[in-house]
Design a protein around this ligand. Structure first.
Ligand SMILES: [Zn+2]
Length: 442
């Protein structure tokens, strides 16, 4: 019955139901809050009874229905997570951390030893994953159960093989909405934050990567899931390059310990975005023209590097592509967005230098690395470009060891608070990196 350890699942999710009926604990699926409302105990959301009543008189939860319907006619099956037992775990990582990474790694191990939570604020391209290895190793050897969760499935897919390579003898599992592999008990997991809703007091250490990314950010359902999934005495680790206001506030109020890594592993400063006025960009593109400032900028940048152009909307982007193609008939280019079925192929082609220009929606704002690129944010003053998006976008440039003098440009017709804030944040990190001796003079 190991499959129920630290889990909270419905009958239909269980393979051996006879054994489960006999051995497991039953937990309530929903609980009345008052006469009018009822709370789902998987996702924590409170519903108005009149809206969620079924024909048979029971109530259900519409919020987490994609994980299988929870209703008051059912129970959750659960078994408590066993107590940790110390053991030896093979650790195959032979890499070397930079001084900055090492300091963060030490902080994190110390936090886990004390059972406290910590935020790691590391700039884009800092090499976050490597800083976790020591902590994961220590945790597994302590007999702890460890999960690394991310709101983004592509992050999970990339992370899982890397983790497996570091702990080659450790059984591990990858959990996300589209997986085919059946759930089995492991001490080491990589999963999407949605999958945490199926756990109950399971983890001694829970690491959440990209904690500021959609759909986790501002999502009470997923945050309830996190709180349910961890043990009472446990360490919650937040990883981010662009912390939310809420997390920053907790840090300044000393409610959450924080380690900052202000420099990349290659010891160069983060490229600071430059602003350039681009009047009436929206109108011009709508009419099928490419703004002159943009054309001039592309011309200079494309001499040295490939160019990523971030656009605020898909319809504008498609119009812009045609206009730019006319100006640069010799330059291979494409555009990509979240609904594009060829999204992965196009990203690969850009990586392989088959395109020189790639226009994109905010879909490529994080999680991707290209060699030798410059970035233009067209209409940087548009609402979709929040501070965190702009910092992440700027962070696409100069990630590789080899220096290619990539640049970041915000083209706009009205500077926003988000633009100023993004530049301020990047400069602040650079100053901190220099102060700490983590950046070399160029
Ligand atoms: Zn629910």
């Amino acid at each position: 019955m190991q499959e129920l350890w630290g889990r909270k699942v419905l009958k239909k999710e269980i393979e051996n139901i006879e054994a489960a009926e006999e051995q497991s604990q039953k937990l309530l699926t929903m609980q009345e809050v008052n006469e009018k409302t009822i709370q789902c105990l998987r996702c924590g959301q409170v519903q108005s009874k009149s809206i969620v009543q079924l024909f048979n008189g029971h109530f259900f939860c519409p919020e987490c229905i994609q994980l299988g319907r929870v209703d008051t006619s059912q129970d959750f099956y659960h078994l408590p997570e066993p107590n940790p037992v110390k053991r030896i775990v093979n650790f195959a990582w032979k890499g070397q951390l930079t001084d900055g990474q090492q300091a963060v790694s030490n902080d994190l191990v110390a936090s886990v030893k004390k059972g406290e939570s910590r935020m790691i604020w590391a700039v884009t391209g800092a090499g976050k994953t490597e800083m976790l290895f020591k902590t994961i190793h220590h945790s597994l050897e302590s007999g702890y159960r460890v999960a690394i969760a991310s709101p983004r499935v592509d992050v999970c897919l990339e992370l899982y093989p890397r983790i497996q390579a570091v702990f080659p003898d450790e059984p591990a599992i990858l959990l996300h909405g589209k997986m085919e592999e059946r759930y089995r008990y492991t001490k080491l997991l990589v999963c999407t934050t949605h999958q945490l809703l199926r756990f109950f007091q399971a983890f001694d250490v829970l690491i959440i990567d990209e904690v500021d990314a959609f759909p986790f950010v501002d999502n009470p359902l997923l945050q309830y899931g996190v709180n349910q999934a961890i043990k009472t005495n446990s360490s919650l680790v937040y990883l981010t390059a662009t912390p939310t206001k809420e997390l920053t506030k907790k840090t300044t109020q000393n409610q959450l310990k924080t380690s900052i890594l202000p420099a990349r592993y290659h010891r160069r400063i983060l490229p600071v975005p430059k602003m350039k006025w681009c009047s009436r960009w929206h109108e011009k593109i709508k009419k099928g023209n490419s703004p002159k400032t943009l054309v001039t900028k592309i011309r200079t940048l494309v001499n040295k590097n490939d160019v990523l152009i971030f656009c605020p909307s898909i319809s504008l982007m498609e119009k812009l592509k045609e206009a730019v193609e006319k100006k640069f008939p010799e330059v291979p280019l494409a555009c990509v967005h979240s609904q594009d079925p060829e999204r992965l192929e196009k990203v690969l082609k850009m990586r392989n230098k088959e395109y020189r220009i790639l226009m994109t929606s905010t879909i490529l704002e994080r999680g991707v690395t290209f060699d030798g690129v410059s970035v233009i944010v067209l209409g940087a003053n548009h609402d979709v470009f929040a501070t965190s998006a702009l910092v992440q976008i700027a962070g696409r440039v100069d990630r590789r060891k080899e220096f290619t003098a990539g640049e970041v440009w915000f083209l706009h017709d009205g500077c926003t608070k988000a633009m100023k804030e993004a530049i301020k944040q990047i400069k602040k990190m650079n100053t901190l990196g220099i102060e700490r001796g983590l950046i070399d003079e160029m």
